[in-house]
Design a protein around this ligand. Structure first.
Ligand code: NAD
Ligand code: DAU
Length: 355
């Protein structure tokens, strides 16, 4: 079997669902269920004997070690993290605790377990660390995209904590021989994306008749990848990646934030027109994110050359699927917007200056 940490979050849940749609190899999902974790994402697996869910913190090395010893997985896929840049600006402590200390605890428990395996099991074992392109910092308009040899230069508490975790993972390979793999992916979008992030936030606010907040001039650039393409890349790296290597994963889809928001408004105008006017009328430029990275872009040639992976979706097909999913899953949106969500929205957006 495989273990998936953070499997109740956005990408982790998509990964678990895709995995079990394509394979009968069992999965143990290990997740703390923070505000971002949601068992409803895995509701379709409730009575599926191939799936086990355990609520736990990656800092709980004892619990994780007991699960390793009981289930003897052949691989661990590590998605669990605090993942939102804006939250890391308001409160970095949770990012250090989970992304750095938590990854360290996980590596320690994994190393101890791995050392109990026989030589052939040790050789076949994999620890796959899911990371981000944000570790590379920011690009100017004319710079070449990030490659695997671009120097790390993280700019936010979130990206600094992810960079630290990448370094720990690398060190466990170099020092102990643990067969690790790291993926550094660009911005994902798709089903089950928590509406604190740009794309699901814009869809939810547009439908609710609220402002569509664009930070600063909105000309910051992100490189968007549909989540199932990211999941396919991770499966391929797990299957054939070279232990110790890292792989950049991206969609070759550089877009300014403003153009993403415009496209979303136009899709909503088409699929769920509002009476009188366009959703574009709700756009508001507000004050910028402190330290905002201007541009991300991924050079994904290594994973294509070595492992034959490339994205299946274009931005147009992926975004249309995403908007359709949100329109069909109102109950999910209502559920994740209850509870803590409103406090976050007030903290981040209330009384924000117009840019
Ligand atoms: P998410 O915030 O939607 O989900 C994170 C999950 O981790 C949640 O289910 C949460 O409950 C769980 N978690 C958090 N702290 C935990 C802890 N201490 N112990 C156990 N579980 C814990 O995040 P996501 O967007 O799905 O991102 C998943 C991973 O992919 C992260 O490592 C992130 O850095 C990376 N990544 C994300 C993107 C993106 O665009 N979202 C792009 C590249 C890489
Ligand atoms: O690049 C990969 C990263 O992408 C992941 O590592 C992170 O986990 C993930 O959250 C994402 O980070 P970003 O900061 O790029 O994503 P976010 O959706 O928060 O913002 C996308 C862009 O949109 C960014 O330039 C900020 C801007 N933005 C965001 C929000 C929430 C706005 O203009 N308005 C908003 O309200």
């Amino acid at each position: 079997m495989i273990f998936v940490t953070g499997g109740a979050g956005f990408i982790g849940a998509n990964f678990v669902l895709d995995w079990l749609a394509q394979s009968d190899e069992p999965v143990l999902t290990y997740d703390k269920l923070t505000y971002a974790g949601n068992l409803n994402n895995l509701a379709s697996l409730r009575n599926d004997a191939r799936h086990i869910f355990v609520q736990g913190d990656i800092n709980d090395g004892e619990l994780f070690a007991a699960l390793l010893s009981k289930h003897q997985p052949r691989a661990i896929l590590h998605f669990a993290a605090e993942s939102h840049v804006d939250r890391s600006i308001h409160g970095p402590a949770a990012f250090i605790a989970t992304n750095i200390n938590g990854t360290f605890s996980l590596l320690e428990a994994t190393r101890a377990y791995w050392q109990t395996l026989d030589a052939s099991q040790q050789a076949a074992f994999r620890f796959l660390h899911v990371s981000t392109d944000e570790v590379y910092g920011t690009l100017g308009a004319e710079d070449p995209p990030f490659s695997e040899s671009t120097a790390y230069a993280p700019n936010s508490p979130y990206s600094a904590s992810k960079a630290a975790s990448d370094h720990l993972v690398r060190a466990y390979h170099h020092t102990y021989g643990l067969p690790v793999l790291t993926t550094n992916c660009s911005n994902n979008y798709g089903p089950y994306h928590f509406p604190e992030k740009l794309i699901p936030l814009i869809i939810a606010n547009a439908r609710a008749g609220k402002d569509l907040p664009v930070y600063g001039d909105g000309l910051q650039v992100r490189d968007w990848l549909y989540v199932s393409d990211h999941c396919a890349a991770i499966r391929r790296v797990l299957e054939a990646g070279r232990p110790g290597a890292s792989y950049n994963v991206g969609g070759w889809n550089e877009k300014t934030n403003l153009s993403v928001v415009h496209t979303l408004c136009d899709l909503l105008n088409e699929l769920q027109p509002k009476s009188g006017g366009s959703y574009r009328d709700q756009i508001r430029h507000i004050s910028d994110r402190p330290g905002h990275d201007r541009r991300y872009a991924i050079d994904a040639r290594k994973i294509e050359r070595e492992l034959g992976w490339k994205p299946a979706e274009t931005f147009e097909t992926g975004l249309r699927k995403t908007v359709a999913w949100y329109l069909a899953n109102d109950a999910w949106v209502q559920q994740v917007q209850s509870g803590e969500y409103q406090q976050w929205v007030d903290l981040q957006y209330k009384n924000k200056e117009q840019a």
